[in-house]
Structures are given as C-alpha cells and as structure tokens.
Design a protein around this ligand. Structure first.
Ligand code: ADP
Ligand code: MG
Length: 693
C-alpha cells in the first residue's frame, strides 16, 4: 500500500448507522468520503445558544424554546394539521405540522419535554411555530444549551439537517481517533507566518463555532481551507508545467529572408507590440522545449498575423501547423487569411471543414497525413481520431476561452511523435484577470499585444431602449447612404439556438420591409456552412450593406468597413461576450458606433453591466468586472469542461490569498516535496488533475 492510499479518507458508508437512502442522497451532493463531510461547510449558522422563556417570544423571532407538551391533537380547521401546545410556566406556544405521521402524534404525548427552534408566527390559537425543528429532551438536560452556533448545511431533497449534522459530528469524532484524516501538510512555520490556523482546528471551528468571537474566527478558518484548496490547484498546475518543460520539442526558426518576405507582403507594418510578441515566440520556438504561450490581445489587436508568423517558422523548418478555431465561420476566415498570406510563399494550406465529406475529406486527410498540407485549419474537428499529422510542430489555438483546458492538452498529446511534442500558441481576446490566469493558465507563459493598429478610434457606445427602434433604423439608412456597412445582432437566451435563429429571420424580414434601399443579408447558426460563407463573403466584398446575424459572429470576423453595430437585447449577454461582439466594429478608419438596444425595463444588474460597456473599451477592465459580476466559470471555460471547480475557495472572495498561495507552492515544491502529493489527493478529484506525472 502506498503512502497516499494509507492516508486516504474512509467512506461515509463506514460510519455507524448510515442507510443506503442517506448514502444516495449524500452522493447527490458529491459526498462520498468522510473527508467530503468535513469539507462540506455550512452555508450559514443559526444562533440557538439562548433559551427564550415562552412568555417573552415575539412574532418574527427565530427562537429557541423549551416546554412541556400539554395537549396534542389533529385539527381539521381549514387544513388538516397536527397541533401541539407546550408551556414552560411563563407562557404557551403552539407547534403546528401540516405533514405528520401517526407516530409523531404518539411521541408528542402530554408531559414530554421538547426543545424547539423556529420562527414565531401569529397563529389561529396564539403564537405558533410551523414545522419547528424539535427534539424531546430528558428532564436533566433541560436548560442545558450547546454553546456553539448551529450549522445549516447545503442539502438536497430528503436529506435533513439533523442527519447531516449528526454525520458531521461523527466525522469530527473520527478525526480525534485518526490523525491522518486531517493531517497537516503545510509545515508549521509556514502556517505561522501566514497567520492561519491549523487545518484540524479550522474545520472544527467551521462546523461548531462558538457564539462569541464567531465572525473573525470563522473568517480565518474559511481562509485556511480556501488557502489549502487553492494551493493544491496551484501545485497541480505548477507540477504539470515543470513536467512539460522537461520534454523535448522541435527547434523551429525562420530565416531573416523569409521573415522579411512575409512581412513585406503585408499591406501594413506590424505594431510595436506585435513585433515584441513575435520576438518572444521566436525565442520559445528555438529553444527545443515545448512552447506553452498565451497571447492576449484585445479584439482587433492583430493576433492572427502573429500566429501566421509562428506558423511560417514551423513550416520553413519543415514541420506542420495545426490551427484550431472555435467556430467554422472563424476557421474559414483564418483559412482565407492563411491561404492569402502563405500560399505565395509556397505553403499548401488545408481546411478541414465539418461540411466536407467523402472524396474531398479523404483527400484532405491524406494530405495532412503525408505532410503535403503544411498549415491545417479547422475547428475542434482537428482532434478527431482519423486526423493524423505527418510532422506536427506547432499547434495554434484561437480564442482559447471557448475550449476547455483538456482539449488544449489533448491536441498537444496528439501531435507528440518520436519523443517530440509540438509547440503551443494560444490566443485569446478575453483578457484573463490575473487571479484566474494564475490558476487556469499557470502552465502558460503570457505575451500581451497591448497596442491596437494605428488609426483605430474607440467605438462610441450608446444604450437605448427598444422603444426607439425606429430612430435606430433611420440611422442605419443614413449610414448606408454614406457607403458604410452595418451589423445587426440578434440575441436570445442561449439554450435555444432555434429560437435565436428564428428571431434573426424575423428581424431580417422586418428590416427588409423598413429599409427598401438597403441590401440585407442574414447569417445564423442553423444555416449550412456554404450558405453562411456566401453571405459573409458578400458582406466582406460590400455586396451586402446590413448583416443581420446571431451571436455566431461573436469571435474574430473582420470587415473594416462595417462601423456600426446594433445589438438587440444586450442585457441577456455577459460583458465579455458583448465586448467581443463590439470588437467587430472599429476596425477601419473613421468613427464607429455600437448601439445597445435593450428591452425595457432593465434590471439594476443589467443597467450596471451596460453602463460599464458604455464607459470603457478596455478589455481588461471589462474582464475584471465580468469576473466580479458573474464569477469565474465563464472566463475559464469551466462551464463546458467542469475543470476547475472549487469546493470551498471562491475567487471573488479569496483572491487576496493568491500571492501567498503562489509563494507557498514554490516553497513546498522546493523544500517539502513530500507534502505535494497528499495535498493533491486531498483536494483534487482524479478527473480534475492536470495530468498524472
Ligand atoms: P484579432 O486580434 O482580434 O484576432 P485580427 O488578427 O483579426 O485581430 O486583426 C484585425 C484586423 O487588423 C485584420 O484585418 C488584420 O489584417 C489587421 N491588422 C493586423 N495587424 C495590423 C497592423 N499592424 N496594422 C494594420 N492592420 C493590422
Ligand atoms: Mg482573432
């Protein structure tokens, strides 16, 4: 038996008196092991530390009371219920149960002493409690009150608080017998310097806090657990990263001559930021260690051309490049840019589209497998089993936030050959707040393109109600008369793509009627790729003035002459997504505009979100706000993947801890490597761990 197995937590099933039904319900809450119970923290506490004489309770109080049953009976007034009157000499209280058993009736017999907790209400007979928490108590226990606060746990149907409380108590008792259960893996001197309590103490405080001094102690105890959980995640990522750095990758370089030839062929000069990032990438590619680099750059900052440069480096070193985009639309667009840029230099560019079947598909797969296709563009279809690369040297992933961490890693594994791993370049327009970057992306180096190409001015954003739709339509008419193009984005709740497409169709129809002189096109997710492509191409070439679209155009699409965007129902989208959408405009010379046309009335939250967009176009500010308002799931792509989910830590609340987490992780890896594995085992479920290394 290995050390880690020996310290593994026993199953809840091994506790005395836990039935199968209960286990099933616990499993719904992901509670399987005793340790899970210990880390199942109360969502709140009730103060049941003061006993109130019945004569003093008032309607509205949450009160703990004791009394003797005087009478219990079933009454049928209005609704059948069990009513029980208790008294303590100072007054009476009625307990009322709408759901009850015959058994209950017999247990509440006169003379029984009860302790009850609940909200006092004004009832038919006098003050009452409906479905109070109650327990019979022996005479000698009367008035002896537990001085800790009463925990209220997150639960599920059929699982009573009493049951969870009882189990947690058993689990805590077990910790006294079995030190290993909450074994301390953070060395004492580190804990002291962090001013955090030991794990064991923290867990106990959280389940059984005393009524005095509770707030401060609880805060510290919760931080202690968050800290350890974040630490475990950080260790996992760091270890993975170190492991990667020990692997070998092909050495890729681009001669000055070819680089110049490529750059000279572009219709623009690179910005300083683009040049800097290219230098950073070039250094990585030359190093014979796999590059793991994230390029962050706001929408329109010109990430694609940077990726094309990296691709060219791989290609001229006779390696292939896989370029993965989140949507077909975007993959197609990149395919066109890459063909345009690289084919003159003798590179064969391939596009592995979902729509291609039969002969075309077979031929593309063959060209990829025998290496004729140098640059291969596509969506996550590039992962498919049947796609085999000849010599993959570089993987580029665009708009990473759309993919999960494991997809990113899978593509990397796929390209591994002869002990060489491909380099990875990941691009995102969603600026990742520092806090998240440390956890979800700690295995990556980061380059930032913090400069937009010259001549771009910020998009002027206005927020107006849909009651002014006619004004917006009139404005479109003028705008198009000036030779410019417009996006009209229809949004709907995301669960229903069908409805969204229908809304877009209806909108297009009504706009065609309202704007007879405007050439209008429509794209949505339910159209065939070829149709979409035709419409997009027509819009790009200027044959369409107004493009009605669903959020499929969210990422990457590039039409500089389109300087006005109307977004319908923006209140339904998150900030980051709106920022992405808005990034479609403001790509050409001259002023550009975004009209956020909401459906009144706006909630306060929506008002705040839209206000932020109106005031800033700084992607970082927007991402930080988004994190604040919506939590980290969206940004990390967790929703799709279930990758980083914390049991206790909350990045909104606990982000202050992260610097110390990072420092502690380094110390542990350097000086206490034996602590690492047990911490990972304690906190990270198997599927969540980055890799078994
Ligand atoms: P994103 O970073 O959002 O992916 P793109 O790579 O799509 O941005 O670039 C947006 C537009 O800017 C494209 O039309 C691209 O050709 C153009 N572009 C890129 N770099 C420059 C530059 N240095 N100067 C002018 N235009 C540029
Ligand atoms: Mg892009």
């Amino acid at each position: 038996m290995s050390l880690s197995e020996a310290t593994d937590s026993p199953k809840i099933a091994s506790l005395k008196g836990v039935g199968a039904k209960t286990l099933e319900r616990l499993a719904k809450l992901s509670l399987h092991k005793v340790q899970d119970l210990l880390f199942h923290l109360p969502s709140r506490y009730e103060n049941r530390t003061t006993l109130m004489p019945l004569g003093t309770v008032r309607v509205g109080d949450q009160a703990l009371v004791e009394g003797q049953v005087e009478v219990t009976e079933i009454v049928s007034r209005a609704r059948r219920s069990l009513v029980c009157r208790i008294s303590d000499g100072t007054g009476f209280l009625y307990l009322r149960f709408f759901h009850f058993s015959g058994d209950q009736l017999s247990r509440l017999k006169p003379g029984t002493r009860l302790r009850c907790f609940g909200e006092v209400r004004d009832g038919y007979y006098g003050t009452e409690m409906v479905h109070p928490d109650y327990q019979p108590i022996a005479d000698e226990e009367a008035g002896r009150i537990n001085q800790s606060l009463t925990p209220v746990y997150p639960s599920t149907e059929g699982l009573h608080q009493k049951t969870i409380r009882g189990l947690v108590e058993k689990a805590l008792d077990l910790c006294i017998e079995n030190d290993a259960l909450l074994q301390e893996w953070i060395p004492e001197e580190l804990l002291a310097s962090l001013n955090l309590p030991p794990l064991c103490e923290a867990v106990r405080i959280l389940h059984q806090p005393s009524a005095e001094s509770a707030t401060e102690l609880l805060g510290q105890a919760q931080q202690r657990l968050s800290f350890e959980e974040l630490l475990a995640h950080h260790l996992s990522v760091s270890r993975f990263r170190n492991h990667m750095r020990q692997q070998a990758a092909p050495v890729l370089s681009l001669s000055k001559k070819v680089s110049k030839q490529f750059l000279d062929s572009l219709p623009f000069a690179l910005t300083g930021a683009q040049n800097r990032v290219i230098r950073e990438i070039a250094a990585d590619l030359k190093s014979s260690k796999p590059m793991m680099r994230l390029v962050q750059g706001d929408v329109g900052s010109g990430k694609t051309v940077v990726a094309a440069w990296a691709a060219l480096a791989a290609l001229s070193s006779r390696f292939q490049v896989a370029f993965m985009a989140p949507t077909e639309l975007l993959a197609e667009q990149h395919y066109r840019s890459f063909s345009h840029w690289l084919e003159p230099l003798g590179v064969q560019v391939a596009y592995l589209a979902g729509k291609h079947k039969g002969q075309i598909r077979r031929e593309t797969l063959e060209a990829i497998a025998d290496g004729r296709a140098g640059a291969v563009l596509g969506t996550h279809a590039l992962f498919q089993e049947e796609v085999k690369f000849h010599r993959l040297g570089l993987v580029v992933i665009d708009e990473q936030h759309r993919f999960g961490v494991h997809q990113r890693l899978a593509l990397r594994e796929k390209g591994a050959r002869d002990g060489l791993y491909p380099h990875q370049l990941i691009m995102t327009a969603t600026p990742i707040p520092r806090t998240l970057a440390m956890l979800g992306y700690a295995d990556l180096d980061v380059s930032i393109i913090d400069e937009l190409p010259p001549g771009r001015s910020p998009v002027k954003t206005s927020v107006i109600p849909s009651t002014r739709r006619h004004e917006v339509i009139a404005r479109i008419d003028d705008w198009v008369k000036g030779g410019k193009q417009v996006y009209w984005v229809c949004t709907l709740i995301e669960e229903s793509e069908a409805l969204e497409c229908e809304a877009a169709e209806n909108t297009a129809a009504s706009l065609i009627e309202a704007l007879p002189n405007v050439r209008i096109g429509l794209v949505h997710g339910r159209m065939k790729s070829a149709e979409k492509e035709d419409v997009m191409a027509a819009f790009k070439s200027g044959a369409i003035d107004l493009l009605v679209a669903t959020t499929v155009i969210e990422v990457g699409v590039d039409v500089p002459n389109a300087g006005l965007m109307v977004i319908e129902n923006p209140e339904r989208l998150g900030l980051a997504q709106l920022h992405q959408l808005r990034g479609r405009v403001g790509r050409g010379p001259g002023d550009s505009f975004c009209v956020l046309m909401y459906q009144p009335p706006l909630t306060l939250g929506a008002k705040e979100r839209l206000g932020i967009l109106r005031e800033t176009s700084d992607g970082f500010v927007i991402a930080e706000k988004d994190l604040e308002l919506r939590g980290p799931g969206e940004l990390l792509g967790i929703r799709q993947t279930g990758q980083v989910q914390f049991r206790i830590a909350d990045l909104g609340r606990d982000s202050d801890l992260l610097d110390q987490v990072k420092a502690t992780a380094e110390t542990l890896l350097d000086h206490h490597p034996d602590s690492v594995e047990p911490l990972l085992r304690r906190w990270l479920a198997d599927g969540v761990r980055y890799a078994e290394v």
